[in-house]
Design a protein. Structure first.
Length: 466
């Protein structure tokens, strides 16, 4: 690396701003060309907003189940009151404010670290640099020794289901709602669909979830998905399995989702959760020699290199694993690699992920599906949370801890946690997977009593071999 290495990053999301911070730390001259705001969709329209909304939903869930813990609410006359209502306008105003604040915090950090941010749309110019179409008019040519493409992805829509931003919505448009839907239809039962369906149900809104598969969350652990579906249906959600959407139309205040079998579902609003498409059009990728797949996703190797020399890519535009944490790691790896720092290739088996439903579902490492398919030999133990003393105290009845370890060595190779704050509980399992810790070592670490994390240690103890 030389002190004059010039790095240009197209896109200011997690893959972009995290790579910028690494490159600046290593002494490069860094420019980020950003279109919509630093932080990207993860901060402005996706992860931060959705999890802020879900935080409100979690509080509503806790309040709805408070009676079991001996807490009752009464009106001003002393009569028992069970009505909780959400002010969606206030909720969404808070969502937008927190997203904007987070974006501003990131921008301030970039400025402190000497990263230049250019507002505009960047594209590869074919000579190894980047041309930026500036937001205030004109263009600027940016010379670069390396370019990182981190342009993210956008909600997928269909000609038969066109969002109008009012009642037919993508997940990026829901934060403009000020009125509470009287009946919400969510099309798509993947992670995004399940999260929004769970959140709005907790906010007291009747929800129908349309799933083209036979269960909710078809890509997740089957035991975990079953627990979630059981909880959602118990709380009143209508789950239409094996029901493929044909079209979504609107007539006044009524939205109609027509299914391929002729059935119709009507509601006041519909959220489309149909997957994502990469933001790779118009970037000059083909002219620069960057290969994309049939879906438009940029092909990269495990150190984030594309097929073009000096061009890297990170985040959702690569389609590797659409998580903000993966985007950030891909970006860091790219800069470590280009600037000659120590680097380890991306290992997806060490990635922990979480579905922010109620209950949450967190996973890391090898999956039950891979074990059942014979891709890896592993022993399994599943421990329900219902026997955990802390869970009993908090009224938690649903969820479990599942661990996978290698026979013989006992090394932990994966796990699943279903329950409140599973995103936090998965961390010791993630450490075990990353550091090749054995089940015995995991079991012998002290846990607080009583605690939910005690179930992780107990599950590990049950994998002990004499």
């Amino acid at each position: 690396m030389t002190a004059m290495s010039r790095v240009v990053i197209i896109g200011g999301g997690p893959g972009g701003y995290e790579s910028a911070l690494v490159a600046a730390q290593l002494g490069a001259e860094v420019t980020v060309v950003d279109t919509d705001g630093v932080g990207g969709s993860a901060v402005l329209t996706d992860c931060v907003p959705s999890k802020t909304l879900i935080a409100t939903a979690e509080l509503m869930t806790d309040m709805a189940e408070a009676a079991e813990l001996g807490i009752e609410s009464r009106d001003h006359q002393g009569d028992l009151s069970t009505t909780l209502e959400v002010d969606l306008a206030k909720v969404n105003a808070r969502v937008k404010r927190l997203a904007a604040d987070q974006s501003a915090d990131i921008a301030s950090r970039l400025e402190r670290d000497g990263v230049r941010v250019v507002r505009g749309r960047g594209r590869l110019d074919g000579s190894g640099g980047v041309t930026a179409e500036l937001a205030d008019g004109g263009t600027e040519t940016l010379a670069a020794d390396a370019v990182l493409v981190a342009t993210g992805a956008a909600p997928r829509t269909l000609p038969s289901a066109v969002p109008d931003g009012e009642r037919i919505l993508t997940w990026e448009q829901v934060y403009d709602l000020t009125e509470v839907p009287s009946e919400l239809i969510v099309v798509g039962s993947g992670v995004t669909g399940a999260e929004f369906a769970s959140a709005y149900l907790a906010l007291g809104i009747p929800v129908t979830l349309v799933s083209s598969r036979d269960r909710v969350l078809p890509g997740e652990d089957a035991d975990a998905a079953q627990v979630l579906e059981d909880v959602l249906t118990r709380r009143g959600m209508k789950v239409l399995g094996q029901s493929r959407m044909e079209s979504v139309t609107r007539a006044g205040d009524v939205v109609t989702v027509r299914l391929t079998d002729g059935r119709e579902v009507q509601g006041s609003h519909c959220i489309l959760a149909l997957g994502s498409i990469p933001n790779t059009a118009g970037l000059g990728l083909e002219d620069a020699g960057v290969i994309t797949d049939d879906g438009g996703f940029v092909k990269v190797d495990r150190v984030s290199r594309t097929s073009a020399r000096g061009v890297y890519a990170a985040g959702d535009c690569t389609g590797v694993l659409m998580l903000a944490s993966v985007a950030a790691m891909q970006g860091r790896i790219a800069m470590w690699h280009f600037l000659g720092d120590a680097v380890a290739p991306l290992d997806l088996k060490q990635v922990s992920s979480n579905v922010f439903t109620a209950p949450e579902i967190a996973t890391v490492g090898w999956s039950q599906r891979a074990i059942d398919a014979g891709e890896i030999q592993a022993e399994t133990v599943m421990l329900p949370l219902s026997g955990n003393p802390r869970a009993k105290m908090q009224g938690v009845q649903d969820g479990f801890v599942k661990l996978f370890c290698r026979p013989g060595t006992g090394i932990v190779v994966g796990g699943v946690v279903v329950g409140p704050r599973a995103s936090e509980l998965i961390h010791p399992v993630s450490l075990a997977v990353a550091e090749s810790i054995t089940a015995d070592q995991l079991a012998q670490a002290f846990t607080v009593y009583p605690s939910m994390s005690g179930s992780v240690a107990e599950a590990a103890r049950r994998l002990h071999h004499f």
